[in-house]
Design a protein around this ligand. Structure first.
Ligand code: PLP
Length: 409
């Protein structure tokens, strides 16, 4: 399979962490922190050199001036999430963007004040939602609805999501789900959820931390009101890298929407006139607040270049095959101490498989890490691994399952 893999050569373009013995790790943790493209360094060095040579002039002069620097990423980002370029902006980090979006799009009223999140949404999202509810002097116990899996199941059924929206839609202000759940790896049907939510007059947003760069997205056509994501997982932008934000075109000139403003969202043609009145730019750009951390953006350019070359369609094809192979091997050697909680159908999952362990749990994850097999642990009982099509091989998957089974025994 590796010999026939048209994407196999991309592996060479990434740095792999090494064990103490100097061997390449079996790195299956791209769902948490993607590997470093070998070209990242030179992208950062270019900006350090520009800073050294031009100082403040680098904002407007030299190759790729800093003021419009984020625009270098707009086209590829829009392509990646299936949006118009005016609908996306690269800025801040995920939770910050979530708050900015909610400042505009969570406008609770007496009758319509609830937020729907998924059971075991990423904690940062839970904190953000609860704090936004309190910010509006409401109470999470009455304004936050958690979608839960049925008893004895790990994933949330789509029909239960639709049923909840149908039942409670009139009181729901915002449906805010992950595109792919961080714990189970389950993909939510974003198109159908958006349709169901809009039918009931709800705003719909998605956290795409585990979806961007993992699965194909068509945000413009699916039509959610907004989406946010980070760039350090499947997008390989580096730790804490700048995140992304989507605002649907229908809101691009919604000047009456309240927003938390800053000078970088101000109409750029007159930004440096330093006027006192905020005049937001059209599109997602109008939600920017601060000037951008160029040194954090630079490595993302390296990675997005590789993405554009590989193409999401080819990546997804390899991803389903790699993950299917991993599942096949794990099931062949099925142990009563481990079970896969990620959906079986390939259309309902991305690269990640979540394995529930009944014994030894974290100890097993630590032991594997000591042997150079890198997945990660999520309390209370989930070991997560992702075979990332840009840099993982079928051999990685094979060797992982071998080590995993040995560790279990
Ligand atoms: C699903 C999800 N949402 C939110 C976050 C938080 O991201 P940030 O620290 O960039 O705000 C993460 C981080 O891993 C995540 O996985």
């Amino acid at each position: 399979m590796d010999a026939g893999d048209p994407l196999a050569h991309f592996r060479e373009r990434f740095h792999f962490p090494k064990t103490e013995q100097g061997q390449e790790c079996i790195y299956l943790c791209g769902h948490s922190l993607g590997l470093q493209p070998k070209t990242s360094r030179s992208f950062v060095e270019q900006e350090l050199t520009k800073w050294a040579e031009l100082g403040v002039e680098g904002h407007f002069h030299g190759k790729n001036p800093w003021v419009p620097y984020h625009r270098l990423l707009t086209g590829q980002t829009a392509e990646l999430v299936g949006a118009e370029p005016s609908e996306v902006v690269v800025m801040n980090s995920l939770t910050v963007n979530l708050h900015l979006m909610m400042a505009s799009f969570y406008r609770p009223t007496t009758d319509r004040h609830k937020i729907v999140i998924e059971h075991r949404a990423f904690p940062s999202d839970q904190y953000a939602m609860a704090s936004q509810i309190r910010f509006h002097r409401l109470n999470p116990s009455t304004s936050l609805i958690e979608l839960t899996p049925r008893k004895g199941e790990s994933c949330i059924r789509h029909e239960d999501i639709e049923a909840l929206i149908e039942r409670e839609g009139h009181s729901i202000a915002l449906i805010m789900l992950g595109g792919v759940n961080y714990g189970t790896g389950q993909i939510f049907d974003m198109e159908a959820i958006t349709r169901a939510g809009h039918r009931k007059g709800c705003i719909v947003g998605f956290d795409l931390a585990h979806a961007a760069g993992n699965i194909p997205l068509a945000l413009h056509d699916w039509g959610p009101d907004f989406a946010v994501w980070c760039s350090y997982k499947y997008l390989n932008g580096g730790p804490g890298c700048v995140g992304g934000c989507f605002v649907h075109e229908r809101h691009s000139r919604a000047w009456d929407l309240p927003r938390l403003a800053g000078w970088w969202g101000h109409e750029e043609k007159i930004r440096f006139q330093m006027g006192p009145e905020f005049q937001p730019m059209a599109g997602a750009d109008g939600w920017q607040v601060s000037n951008l951390p160029i040194l954090a953006l630079a490595p993302l350019r390296a990675s997005m270049e590789i993405f554009a070359e590989a193409g999401m369609e080819r990546l997804r094809a390899k991803s389903t095959s790699l993950t299917g192979y991993m599942e096949y091997l794990l099931l062949q050697k099925a142990s009563p101490e481990s079970s896969i909680i990620t959906p079986r159908e390939e259309g309902r999952r991305g690269a990640q498989l979540s394995i529930r362990l009944t014994r030894r749990k974290r100890e097993l994850c630590d032991r594997l890490a000591a042997e150079g097999v890198i997945g990660d642990w999520r309390e209370p009982d989930i070991f997560r691994v992702a075979a990332v099509p840009l840099y993982n091989s079928y051999q990685d998957v094979y060797r992982f399952v071998e080590r995993f089974e040995m560790a279990l025994q």
